[in-house]
Design a protein around this ligand. Structure first.
Ligand SMILES: *Cc1c(COP(=O)(O)O)cnc(C)c1O
Length: 410
C-alpha cells in the first residue's frame, strides 16, 4: 500500500488495507509473491517521544524522509507538532492530515504560487531562503506580510556526514550579511538555519556549523530569534553505528547557549531520518542465486534506491532457521527490473546456504526507502503490514528500557 504516493497526489500504486501480525517470520511463512512492507508504529512513536523529551528545543519532522500519513499521525500523537515541508504537495498533505499542525516551508527555492498558497490557504508563516531574490519572492507572494519568520539558510560543511547537502543550498557565512540584514527588515522573527548533511556521524558536525552561525551573526550584527540546526541526526546501519543522540543534543545545546542571540531565542531542529528510519522494513524473496549474487524482488526502483545509488548498507535477516553449521557470507543483490543499474553492491551478510525461494527482511528502510519508490517495470511492494516486533536496529530501545531481546545486533 503506497498511501504516501496517493497522499501526495501521485498515482496510487495499490489500495490494499494493512493487516496486523506480530512479526516478520509470520509473514514469510505465508510465502508472499510480492515484497511486503512492514511498519512499526511503536518504533516511530518511541523516536518521537525521545526527541520531544530530550532535544533541548523544538523538533519538527522533515516530511520528505517519509511522507506516509499514518506515520505523520503517529508523530503528532507522540508530541511532534511542527513539520518541515518542502513542496506545496507536502504542505497540502500535512495540512489535510493534521489540521492543527504548524508547517514550516524550509525549501530555500520555492515557486511563488506555492508560497502564496502556503501563506494564504494553509497558514504557513515560516519560510527559509538563501538569496535576496527569494526574499523578494516571499514578500511579493505574501503581499508584504508582517508576521513572517524568515530563516536564512547558511551553507555549512558536510564533512562529518555520509550524505552531503553542502553544495546546493545556503549562503556562505561571509556573504550572509546583506541577506541577514534585508531579512531582518522584512521579518517579524529572523532565523538562521543550516543542514550538516544526512547521517551525521559525530556531534562535531553541529559544533562546527554553529561556529559558522556565530561568525555570520557577528558579521551582520543583527538580532536573531531562531536557530534551526536542521536535520542530519543519524540512525543505525551496518558499519555506521553513531554515538548516542544525547551527545548530539548536548553539543547543540552548549553551542546554542553560547551564541550572541536574543535572550528569548528559540532552538529548532528538523530531524527526518532519525524519526522514521526504524519505522519500516521490507520482506523480499530470493528469485535466483548466482554465486554471491542474489536476484531479489525489490531494488533500486523500489525501496532500495540508496543501497543501489550510494552504496548504503542495510541490515538483513534470513526468515528461516539456517542450517546450524552455516556461516554468514557476503552477498550483493540484483533488483527485479531489467536495468543493470538495479544492483546493490552491499556487501549484505546472509547465511551461506541462501537459495531461491528464501525470504529475508531488509531493515531500517523507514527513511528515504518507501519515500523514493517508483513502479518502474511493474515491480514493487503492494502490501503493508503493521508488526509489533522490534526493528532490526534501534537507537531508542535501551533508552526507553524496553525488552531488547529480539533486536538483532548489527
Ligand atoms: C532533508 C532535509 C531534512 C532532513 O534531513 P535528515 O538527514 O533526514 O534528518 C531537514 N531539513 C531540510 C531542509 C532537508 O532538506
Amino acid at each position: 500500500m503506497y498511501q504516501d504516493h496517493r497522499a501526495l497526489g501521485l498515482a496510487p500504486l495499490s489500495t490494499v488495507a494493512p493487516t496486523f501480525v506480530s512479526g516478520a517470520l509470520d509473514i514469510a511463512q505465508a510465502k508472499p509473491v510480492q515484497p511486503v512492507t512492514l511498519v512499526r508504529p511503536h518504533a516511530a512513536a518511541r523516536a518521537a517521544r525521545f526527541f520531544v523529551e530530550k532535544f533541548p528545543g523544538r523538533s519538527m519532522y522533515a516530511v520528505k524522509a517519509n511522507p506516509s500519513p499514518e506515520l505523520i499521525r503517529i508523530l503528532w500523537d507522540n508530541g511532534i507538532t511542527h513539520y518541515d515541508v518542502a513542496s506545496i504537495a507536502e504542505v497540502r498533505l500535512v495540512a489535510r492530515t493534521l489540521p492543527d499542525a504548524t508547517l514550516c516551508f524550509m525549501h530555500p527555492v520555492k515557486a511563488e504560487e506555492a508560497i502564496a498558497e502556503a501563506y494564504f490557504t494553509h497558514g504557513v508563516r515560516t519560510f527559509s531562503l538563501d538569496s535576496l531574490e527569494e526574499l523578494e519572492k516571499i514578500m511579493l507572494a505574501t503581499r508584504n506580510a508582517a508576521d513572517l519568520t524568515l530563516c536564512v539558510r547558511l551553507r555549512v560543511s558536510s564533512e562529518h556526514s555520509k550524505l552531503s547537502l553542502a553544495s546546493k543550498f545556503g549562503v556562505a557565512p561571509h556573504e550572509a550579511k546583506p541577506l541577514l540584514f534585508a531579512a531582518r527588515q522584512a521579518a517579524d522573527a529572523l532565523g538562521i538555519c543550516f543542514h550538516v548533511g544526512s547521517q551525521a556521524m559525530t556531534p562535531e558536525a553541529y559544533a562546527d556549523a554553529m561556529e559558522r552561525v556565530r561568525a555570520a551573526i557577528v558579521d551582520a550584527a543583527v538580532t536573531v530569534d531562531v536557530i534551526d540546526v536542521g536535520g542530519g541526526f543519524p540512525s543505525s546501519y551496518p558499519g555506521m553505528e553513531p554515538p548516542p543522540l544525547e551527545r548530539f543534543f548536548e553539543t547543540i545545546h552548549r553551542a546554542f547557549e553560547s551564541l550572541p542571540i536574543s535572550y528569548s531565542a528559540e532552538l529548532w531542529a528538523e530531524p527526518g531520518r532519525a524519526l522514521c528510519a526504524e519505522y519500516a522494513s521490507l520482506i523480499v524473496r530470493v528469485e535466483k542465486r548466482r554465486g554471491n549474487e542474489l536476484y531479489i524482488n525489490d531494488g533500486a526502483y523500489g525501496a532500495l534506491f540508496d543501497a543501489a545509488h550510494i552504496g548504503w548498507r542495510f541490515p538483513v535477516n534470513l526468515l528461516r532457521e539456517p542450517q546450524s553449521t552455516v556461516r554468514d557470507h557476503p552477498f550483493s543483490f540484483y533488483g527485479p527490473t531489467c536495468d543493470d543499474l538495479d544492483h546493490m553492491a552491499g556487501p549484505f551478510l546472509l547465511p551461506a546456504d541462501v537459495v531461491a525461494g528464501d525470504y529475508f527482511e531488509i531493515g531500517m528502510l523507514g527513511a528515504y526507502g518507501s519515500a523514493m519508490r517508483t513502479a518502474f517495470n511493474g515491480f514493487g511492494s503492494d502490501e503493508t503490514v503493521i508488526v509489533e516486533d522490534e526493528p532490526m536496529a534501534s537507537l531508542y530501545v535501551d533508552v526507553e528500557d524496553e525488552v531488547a531481546s529480539n533486536v538483532v545486533k548489527l
